[in-house]
Design a protein around this ligand. Sequence first.
Ligand SMILES: [Zn+2]
Ligand SMILES: [Zn+2]
Length: 331
Amino acid sequence: MPEIRRNAITGEHVIMAPERGKRPGAAARPRPVERRAAMQEGCPFCPGNEAQTPESTFAWPEDGWRVRAFQNRFSVLSPQGEVVRSGDGLHDARSGVGLHEVICEARRHDEDLKDLAADQMAAVVRCWQERYRAFHADARIAFVSLFKNQGLAAGASLEHAHSQLVGLPLEPEQQQRRAESFRRAWSEAGACLLCRMLALEEAHGERVVHRTPGFTSFVPWAALSPFHLWLFPRRHRSSFASVPDAERDDFAAHLHHLLGRVDAAVPGADFNLVLQSSAPVGPAPGDEPPHLHWYLSIVPRVNRAAGLELGTAMYVNTALPEASAQALRGD
Ligand SMILES: [Zn+2]
Ligand SMILES: [Zn+2]
């Protein structure tokens, strides 16, 4: 019989219906992996075409960059101006002021995040953190979203490997609900929700995929889709902004391993990668609210959301999280 599971952080319900997919990979449609050229004429992210994009806000190495960040030419928000609120008493509006950058993760057109060498992967994550901190230093920004859309099904419009950062002038409602779950857990149990969840997953073990000194990754109890993954820092830390360098490199290596496992389970899988770090970033590291704990989510686009999801905000997962974890570990 299917089982309905609740996500303790978001409050979302997911219907686990493994009989709808005979095995974890059954619903996945592995794409024939296309060979791409190392450079592609007309790609604005390929080296030599830098004039088609705004100037760099980050480049590593400075000479002949391998990782590069710059303002999005088609920014969803305007970097100029101040936030002004308006409305008619029922409808609320505010000026669309915010920041939007692209992080080009590779120099070569044919490399994806999972293909990067260790030093380059570490540089991508360093770039994420530097730009994340820089966005938070802008007083108009209340929340920073870091994400990656890999493949057409995940919403990518250009195939050259890249991720994005969007700085918003407000904290989205979904984030406020998450923060409320953390606050409630902190006041009711006197402990961090994520630390408790991590202890439980570590003790159970059946949903755990990988462990490194600073991080544990597992398929969540109420995973939205087959191979959905959470990557948790083992040390209680409110914000991604305050992760020290050595821990950040461990995170990069762990993430790289996970992307390889996802690709082994569903070759060429499209996926979204989302940083969940909502704590306001203060001028001094460590002065963030103590009840929050940052993490990263990877959602392979294996199941398609449709009318049921739109009508109920409930998802159907065709693979049991325990079976997905087993497949990802390669047991
Ligand atoms: Zn390119
Ligand atoms: Zn914690």
